[in-house]
Design a protein around this ligand. Structure first.
Ligand code: ZN
Ligand code: FE
Ligand code: FE
Ligand code: ZN
Length: 268
């Protein structure tokens, strides 16, 4: 079995299950490693504007870290890692850096969920898509992704082509964008996440697309694997398909983390 480094918990306000519930599920499935990557508090917003259903409040972050760390010693042979999924918001890099430095994370997933204030992956804001030419939307999204990569704040780029979530596809060829992002990732020493949540949404495709993942492999970008579980039953979601996706792109190993250092595991 392959590791899963992207699971959420009930703390974020829109997922189910305690860390123990996820660990139990990972145990049943025979996973070697389980990484928690719950949503980091919405650090770029004033306290009163932070939506409790999007991420845990900042005063819970220490308890989240402690709860996950406490599982490490009693995980029954599974390597447990403390991660976090951090939004990239231009202009707030220093606040993010300080927040990340305050806790002993094993790794940080970087995610672009907002384009100029618009939560484009939130079904409540679907009407925002009508304001865009899709080619421009893809260009802007990947521009933010490249900026995120260049901050050096993240170990893994989460769901790299999240912009396809609701099935809005660009009219033109975006392979050039994939090349550009993959080159930036190689330069920034960041890993690519193969995320199976894309199979649970209208996109009906793993993040990233095979062409994008192949570009990453050509540039020597290591791959990590995540289910983006929001309930224990999502752990290792569609792992056989994820394995095929990785192999088809030419990957022979995936990465897991301990104290911000990558550890490579052969794909069985
Ligand atoms: Zn979530
Ligand atoms: Fe995300
Ligand atoms: Fe997530
Ligand atoms: Zn995510």
């Amino acid at each position: 079995m392959l590791p899963d480094l992207h699971v959420h918990t009930a703390r974020c306000g829109h997922a189910e299950g305690t860390p123990e519930d996820y660990l139990l599920r990972a145990h049943r499935l025979g996973l070697p490693c389980l990484g928690f990557a719950d949503h980091l508090p919405l650090y770029w917003l004033p306290l009163e504007e932070r939506d409790r259903s999007l991420a845990m409040p900042e005063e819970e972050l220490a308890a989240y870290a402690e709860e996950v760390l406490s599982l490490k010693g009693r995980a029954g042979g599974i390597s447990v890692a403390l991660g976090v999924e951090a939004d990239y918001i231009p202009g707030f890099e220093e606040r993010l850096r300080a927040l990340l430095a305050a806790h002993p994370f094993d790794y940080v997933l970087g995610a672009v969920h907002f384009i100029d204030g618009w939560g484009f992956d939130n079904p409540a804001y679907l009407d925002g898509y009508s304001a865009w030419r899709l080619d421009d939307l893809y260009a802007r999204y990947f521009e933010l992704v490249v900026q995120a990569v260049r901050t050096g704040l993240f170990d893994v780029l989460a769901h790299p082509d999240l912009v396809k979530k609701f099935g809005y596809r660009p009219g033109s060829d975006v392979r050039g964008l994939y090349e550009e992002v993959a080159r930036a990732m190689a330069g920034g020493g960041i890993c690519v996440e193969v995320n199976t949540a894309g199979l649970r949404v209208p996109a009906q495709e793993i993040y990233p697309s095979l062409e994008f993942l192949e570009a990453c492999r050509r540039y020597g970008v290591p791959a990590a694997l995540g289910s983006d579980a929001h309930r224990p039953g999502h752990v290792a979601w569609e792992w056989p398909l994820a394995r095929e996706w990785l192999l088809a792109a030419g990957y022979r190993q995936v990465v897991f983390f301990e104290e911000r250092k990558p550890r490579f595991l052969a794909i069985p």
